[in-house]
Design a protein around this ligand. Structure first.
Ligand code: NAD
Ligand code: MG
Length: 381
């Protein structure tokens, strides 16, 4: 019996993780947690009977306590609650399905407690990869990628032992605005940006896919996961999301992982690695594929990717600035306070105004996040 705790169990990755648990029937869910969706959290708690249920806001905790009073379940709140879930002795794997760099502290706490991490929460690795990867190594903990591109790479390098990777080819769908120019993007709405061609995901990552910030975050994520320099990580556009990513080895051989777009595959692979299990769902039908388009990304229009390369090449606290500025800008866009292209303006302004900290500590990363938020507040005023 595998024992997993999930932070962010009510979101897109969280609910699909529970779907994988349902079909396999040999995973015990030790804890679940969410930001605000109490109704779904209560349903999940009744079905999976975890030891702990976490909710971010204290206000909503009483609803949970009431609804779950007949069960022997501990209710926890806030960051302390997330940390308690991260280190709980009953679990072996922490699934980080939470969105945003709020995941940093729980991820570090879980690694310190010797838990493997099934990592969906890329913002954490982007901002604190230099702390997390060495700590995981020291603790003998595995960081198992859930992001489809990184899972693809992880699957391609399985069995390659010490064979040298010369290049990672991270695929991108290009999002809903692929092929469009700045004039078109000027007036796109929240609804337009939320229409992803291939994947149904949480709102934040869907906007990130439209700006190509998501691909930028993934380049940085790949650097940390696979210890590859950013100049050896290339993004290729593959609009159907059939090729999930590719790895080129020293001898020029390229391995790719393909499949229908279904996040349950990378989630299940992470939970059972290195074992593969039957996964219900459609299989890839090559005869129905009219052709696999491969294209280069338009990094001048979709600046999310160029900002990410700039951030990771600068290093230190710059990836935190890139990420935190994007988190805030996307929230403002979703709130209809700014236009789509202003997301880029805000990230750019923050990155230009920032005084770099080399090798930031956890406290410095969190302080940089706060600096970004107050900078944007002034910028918007
Ligand atoms: P989502 O918005 O659907 O879900 C986010 C989850 O985090 C929810 O359960 C929410 O309640 C929880 N949460 C948010 N704030 C919280 C807080 N303060 N305290 C506790 N819980 C909180 O997001 P998602 O699409 O599932 O994405 C989650 C992560 O996985 C992101 O980092 C994203 O980049 C990554 N990811 C997602 C996909 C996908 O297909 N959805 C693919 C690859 C990577
Ligand atoms: Mg991805």
């Amino acid at each position: 019996m595998k024992k997993i705790a999930i932070i962010g169990s009510t979101g897109s990755i969280g609910t699909q993780t529970l779907e994988v648990v349902r079909t396999n029937k040999d995973i015990q869910v030790t804890a679940i947690s969410a930001g605000s969706n109490v109704e779904l959290l209560i349903e999940q708690a009744k079905e999976f009977k975890p030891y702990i249920v976490g909710i971010w806001s204290e206000d909503k905790a009483s609803l949970l306590r009431e609804a779950l009073s007949e069960f022997d379940i501990r209710i926890v709140t806030g960051m302390e609650g997330l940390l308690e879930i991260a280190r709980m002795p009953e679990s072996e794997i922490l699934v980080t399905a939470i969105v945003g760099m709020i995941g940093i502290r729980p991820t570090i706490e879980a690694i310190k407690a010797g838990k493997d991490i099934a990592l969906a929460n890329k913002e954490t690795l982007v901002t604190a990869g230099h702390i997390i990867m060495p700590l995981a190594k020291k603790k003998g903990v595995s960081i198992l990628p859930v992001d489809s591109e990184h899972s693809a790479i992880f699957q391609c390098i399985h069995g390659e032992m010490n064979n040298k990777i010369s290049r990672l080819l991270v695929t991108a769908s290009g999002g809903p605005f692929r092929g469009k120019d700045r004039a078109y993007l000027e007036n796109v709405t929240v609804e337009d940006a939320l229409k992803h061609p291939n994947w149904a995901m949480g709102q934040k990552i869907t906007i990130d896919s439209a700006t190509l910030v998501n691909k930028g975050l993934e380049v940085i994520e790949a650097k940390w996961l696979f210890d590859i320099e950013p100049e050896n990580i290339e993004v290729v556009v593959q609009p159907q999301s059939i090729i999930h990513s590719m790895v080129e080895f020293e001898d020029g051989s390229i391995k790719a992982q393909l499949g229908t777009p279904d996040m349950k595959l990378p989630i299940q692979y992470a939970l059972y690695y290195p074992e593969r299990r039957y996964l219900p769902g459609d299989r890839l039908d090559f005869s129905a594929l009219s052709g696999i388009i491969i294209d280069t990304p338009d990094m001048d229009t979709f600046k999310g990717l160029s900002f990410a390369y700039r951030a990771i090449k600068t290093g230190g606290s710059m990836p935190t600035v890139f990420n935190a500025a994007n988190e805030k800008a996307v929230a403002l866009f979703l709130d209809r306070k700014i236009k789509f292209l202003q997301i880029y303006d805000i990230i750019d302004a923050c990155m230009k105004a920032h005084s770099l900290i080399q090798n930031p500590t956890l406290d410095e990363i969190l302080a940089t996040e706060q600096w970004v938020y107050s900078y944007i507040e002034d910028y918007m005023a």
